[in-house]
Design a protein around this ligand. Structure first.
Ligand code: MG
Length: 206
């Protein structure tokens, strides 16, 4: 069993909607980001990657890489789901908290849960999305941006895992490339002679 947590923040900027949990929500601002600024999915991806000790979303989907510019963050989540399966785990549950004063999120929470469950390949009952304000305190309280935190629990699969969407050759190639990079890190000494800490503790599935 593995646990992971993730945090993400994006600032408000020009625009007339925000995308949270894969759901487009009308608002008088947008979110400033290289991708769509979906803090819910970004926090969730970091929690999944953290549970696998595979680094973070910035490492896997670097903003400097043009292929991720304006990317739909649901793509990131699907890739992370594939990595979870490939490493022999299945999501136990995920709990996300979004912090902002506006927009009001309650009417959208169920759609977010359903969308996230689709991309995570799990039941909607395994996904919790909560929204809170920060009582007008701090950057979220001043309406300068949105923050999200996520916690996930991964359970080892009882049977060998296969990649989700096995017919998706692009997804398979990505997952295999990341796996190869991680394997290379394990045997390649980091500067200073020690082995990269983030990968030596990586646990493969049963
Ligand atoms: Mg982000």
């Amino acid at each position: 069993m593995r646990i992971g947590q993730g945090i993400d923040v994006h600032a408000f900027g020009p625009g007339d909607y925000v995308t949270l949990g894969g759901v487009r929500i009308a608002h008088d601002h947008g979110l400033v980001a290289h991708s769509d600024g979906d803090v819910v999915i970004h926090a969730l991806c970091d929690a999944l990657l953290g549970a696998l000790a595979l680094g973070d979303i910035g490492r896997l989907f670097p903003p400097s890489d043009e292929q991720w510019r304006n990317a739909d963050s649901r793509t990131f989540l699907r890739h992370c789901t594939a990595l979870v399966a490939q490493h022999g785990f299945v999501l136990g549950n995920a709990d996300v908290t979004v912090v902002c004063e506006r927009p009001r999120l309650a009417p959208h929470v169920e759609r977010m849960r359903a969308t996230l469950a689709t991309d995570l390949g799990c039941a909607i009952g395994d996904i919790s999305v909560k929204a809170t304000t920060s009582e007008k305190l701090g950057f979220t309280g001043r309406g300068e941006g949105i923050a999200a935190t996520a916690v996930v629990l991964l359970q080892a699969r009882a049977v060998p895992a296969s990649l989700v969407n096995e017919d998706d050759s692009e997804l398979r190639a990505f997952v295999e490339r990341v796996a190869a990079e991680v394997d290379a890190d394990v045997v390649r000494p980091a500067p200073g002679g020690s082995v990269a800490a983030t990968t030596t503790q990586r646990q493969r599935g049963p």
